[in-house]
Design a protein around this ligand. Structure first.
Ligand code: S3P
Length: 442
């Protein structure tokens, strides 16, 4: 459905909590069935993407129940380690729009007594899978593409796996995680190197479950282990969701927004450092208590921005925030250069192309590169006075980034799809509206 976001009538003010982190929520439900007993997960993100992971583990036999707001997950009849026997029924898993569900499940299941077909929506079917299938095959996995080579759907038949020493071709947490999860079922150790600044939730959460992990100098080595402890954790607020609200505060005159309980894991907060490089008025207050991940409060106030350079090995630590940073760059003094971000082309949409098209619809001058963008800032305001038509390609982060742009524009924006925010932040428009005193949406 099309949604018109009108320019904000006044400042955004208030303190909000964002929903649980998407990456941690996926991992919590995917890893919980590996624990010897019931895991308890508080603050889990109820959203379309994470729902795919939950439905998948339930379909594979894990026991799932809800106690109050907590998820309680036990192994139930979740498949154990070993090659699949003859006649094992095929389990169909629909991963929807979720790359994390797909890629982590491939690694998780490659060495278990199971026979599955993994498939997804049109966006997921267009995304690259060989980056995960190739290293898993090196470990002995039996994974077959049903249709086009390198794309979903795939068939996974549990096999005997052997540990490998794998240098990642791209610094991707999803590939790293898939190989490590397969390594749990392998004979011998598994090492993954080259993860760089990619998020490290898999390492932290598997370590919390007692897995034998050694992380040093960009190398993670894991000892095989089929008996992990159950998880007992609170999912922290999602910094990638918080980012939209903080950016809205920076762009809308007079605003001051506090996001409480957001995760402050350094592999996820690089966008805050970048906003600070752009002179954004930010304050970060870490909390004392920690539960697997550090959390805290972030306060953002309205203020002028200046352009900066966003490139280099830190890119994986802000990859999901780049479309939003490009929106901020469009309101900064000077030209912002974003480079080394080719991975953006393989997300829920080609985010270099969708971001460039959205900014152009708002009258901003953008130069597109294979691995990034130059965004010519307009500190006086987005040039167009008309409603800018934004084609989201069903991409949740594009919809939210341009909703923020719309609030800070003169003409507003028309998003061709507002429902896609349900992938990661179903309450997004409600929270935005509350920060504006309950009005402003149409
Ligand atoms: C994710 C890792 C990132 C990120 C995605 C979630 C994860 O992808 O873009 O939204 O939960 O591991 P890559 O690891 O492929 O870069």
């Amino acid at each position: 459905m099309t949604l018109i976001i009108k320019p904000a009538a006044g400042p955004l003010l208030g303190t909000v909590l964002v929903p649980g982190d998407k990456s941690v929520s996926h991992r919590a439900v995917l890893f919980a069935p590996l624990g010897a007993g019931e895991s308890r997960v508080r603050g889990w993100l109820e959203a379309e993407d994470t729902g795919r992971s939950l439905t998948a583990v339930e379909g594979l036999g894990a026991s799932v129940r809800r106690e109050g707001g907590d998820l309680v997950i036990g192994p139930g009849s979740f498949p154990g380690v070993g090659p699949v026997g003859p006649g094992t029924p095929l389990v169909d898993i629909d991963c929807g729009n979720s790359g994390t569900t797909t890629r982590l499940l491939m690694g998780l299941l490659a060495g278990r007594r199971v026979h599955v077909r993994l498939d997804g929506d049109a966006s997921l079917r267009s995304r690259p899978m060989a980056r995960v299938v190739d290293p898993l095959r090196l470990m002995g996995a039996r994974i077959v593409y049903e249709g086009e080579e390198g794309r979903l759907p795939v068939l996974v038949e549990g096999a005997n796996l052997t540990g490998i020493d794998y240098p990642l071709p791209v610094a991707s947490a999803q590939i790293k995680s898939a190989v490590l999860l397969a390594g749990l079922c392998a004979s011998g150790e598994t090492t993954v190197s080259g993860g760089g600044a990619s998020r490290d939730h898999t390492e932290k959460m598997l370590a919390a479950m007692g897995a034998g992990l050694d992380c040093r100098e960009d190398r993670v080595t894991l000892k095989p282990d089929s008996s992990l402890r159950p998880l007992d954790m609170t999912v922290p607020g999602d910094p990638s969701s918080a980012a939209f609200l903080l950016a809205a505060a920076v762009l809308v005159p007079g605003s001051s927004v506090t996001v409480a309980g957001t995760m402050l894991n350094p592999t996820r907060t690089r966008f805050l450092d970048t906003m600070a490089d752009m002179s954004a008025d930010l304050e970060i207050r870490p909390d004392i208590s920690e539960n697997v991940e550090p959390v805290g409060e972030v306060i953002a106030d309205y203020g002028a921005l200046r352009a900066c350079e966003i490139a280099g090995p830190g890119i994986p630590a802000l990859i999901d925030e780049l479309p939003l940073l490009a929106v901020l760059a469009a309101r900064a003094e000077g030209t912002t250069r974003i480079r080394d971000a080719r991975e953006l082309r393989y997300k829920e949409s080609d985010r270099i192309a969708t971001t460039a098209a959205g900014l152009r619809a708002m009258g901003v001058e953008v130069v597109e590169y294979e691995d990034g963008l130059d965004v010519v800032g307009c500190p006086g305001g987005f040039p167009t006075d008309d409603v800018a038509r934004i084609v989201t390609h069903g991409d949740h982060r594009i919809a939210m980034a341009f909703a923020v742009a719309g609030l800070a524009s003169r003409g507003g924006v028309a998003l061709d799809d507002d429902a896609c925010v349900a992938v990661s932040f179903p309450e997004f428009f409600t929270v935005l509206s509350e920060l504006q005193g309950g009005g402003a949406q149409s």
